[in-house]
Design a protein around this ligand. Structure first.
Ligand SMILES: [Fe+2]
Length: 165
């Protein structure tokens, strides 16, 4: 039997929630290892935004009658992709973190584009609005990362004592 749009939407809402729980863990790890104060405050801001995004997604799941008691566990299951993000021991971590952070924002933006449209098809305006709100914050974060490529390279050159001549 074909799935209903509501079932598909619930699956995407759960997926978005799990993604954000992983992002939250990643941000906490990044904040503890980032030395640059400007980058740290950017990460702190996005951590607060991410916590609010998680709350909004949980509210939508709950309003849609989904069982939210199992959600906390889902976030603890890091995918191989996100596990890679936590590997801060390797050298040139500033460039790795910047690249992975940018990829993560793109993943989040794509997730919310799809969630918004699925919600519209399902006639769930409130979920569509949550998706749009969350996506706007991810787009702001991606623009902030986009403005920092030179800074990241400066950082890694300084941290690693790389000679440029
Ligand atoms: Fe997010």
């Amino acid at each position: 039997m074909a799935k209903t749009i509501d079932a598909v939407l619930n699956g995407h809402l759960r997926g978005a929630h799990s993604m954000e729980m992983n992002v939250l863990q990643m941000l906490v790890a990044l904040i503890t290892t980032t030395k640059d104060p400007e980058v740290t405050s950017l990460l702190e801001r996005h951590k607060s935004e991410t916590e609010a995004q998680i709350q909004r997604l949980e509210q939508r799941l709950s309003d849609r009658g989904e069982d939210t008691s199992t959600l906390k566990d889902a976030g603890a299951v890091a995918t191989a992709f996100f596990k890679g993000l936590g590997d801060v021991a390797r050298s040139e971590k500033a460039t790795k973190n910047a690249r992975d952070g940018y990829v993560t924002e793109a993943l989040e933006i794509a997730t919310y584009h799809l969630l918004e449209r699925l919600a519209q098809r399902a006639g769930d305006t409130a979920t569509a609005e949550v998706a749009a709100t969350n996506r706007a914050e991810e787009e702001t974060m991606r623009r902030a990362l986009d403005a920092n490529w030179d800074r990241v390279v400066d950082l890694v050159i300084a941290e690693e004592g790389i000679t440029t001549k």
